[in-house]
Design a protein around this ligand. Sequence first.
Ligand code: NDP
Length: 276
Amino acid sequence: MDKPKLIKLSDGNAIPQLGLGVWQADNHQVVNAIHHALDTGYRLFDTAAIYHNEEGVGKALKQTTVPRDELFITTKLWNNDQTHARGAVLESLQRLKLDYIDLYLMHWPVPSRELYIEAWKQMIILQKEGLVKSIGVCNFKEEHLERIITETGVTPVINQIEIHPLMQQAPLRAWNTTHNIVTESWSPLAQGGKGVFNQQIIQRLAEKYHKTPAQIVLRWHLDSGLVVIPKSVTPSRIEENFHIFDFKLEKEEVAEITMLDQKKRLGPDPDIFVDI
Ligand code: NDP
């Protein structure tokens, strides 16, 4: 198999298991990165209103000959737009030059503001209107998920959370699975491999499979059933991160990497993150 498999979502849609993240890429970088990624075989692209690069993503997508229905575009509702999701999605669509978004994610719950349930209700309407095909969340803990599901009856199809070998979030992933929510890993390479690529087990497996540490880590995500969106604007790395479909880790090897968990976040704790 030379391309990511499609993971079925609870609403009937499907997402490629591997895509390109574009946080911290500017509009110019993102155009080149997406062209290179499309040529490599990527079809899933993960942006957000707050990344300020939706225009670049839209520009690259406008130029490609890859049919729209083969692409899977994710963008996100920023925290200060939780009271007006409709306006926010219309602006994202305009910047992305798209008629619809494949996956619209609430970026953070911001529990202290108590607006995420209202925002989720608005996102449910956006999906009914067809402006977005699927709706999900990022950075939601069990109690946040529990509340939106109980109060609206609609379960997010995806919860995108920080996951890499040093921060594995096993209990939350299990909760997601129990509720038919797909888990998607952000910062899957621990933002360039910090403290991960030099681990003995990663080095040993890289040698065994003739792969790079990044490829071993990404394979660990796939073999753990996660959707993964490594970011790169470097052509050789964009290719490297995609060329992981010609090998698979043994069960015991997945388990050995799982032992590296330190429950160590690189990003903020969703309970206290209020940046707006
Ligand atoms: P990643 O773990 O994907 O790491 C990206 C960094 O690793 C970049 O500096 C990149 O450099 C470098 N890199 C990429 N490939 C390789 C490689 N093969 N070998 C060595 N270094 C490599 O971090 P991100 O934080 O960007 O996470 C990925 C995506 O997740 C984001 O882009 C975004 O789409 C999403 N995200 C979502 C969040 C949320 O709250 N929902 C929060 C954070 C991220 P270079 O580009 O120079 O090649």
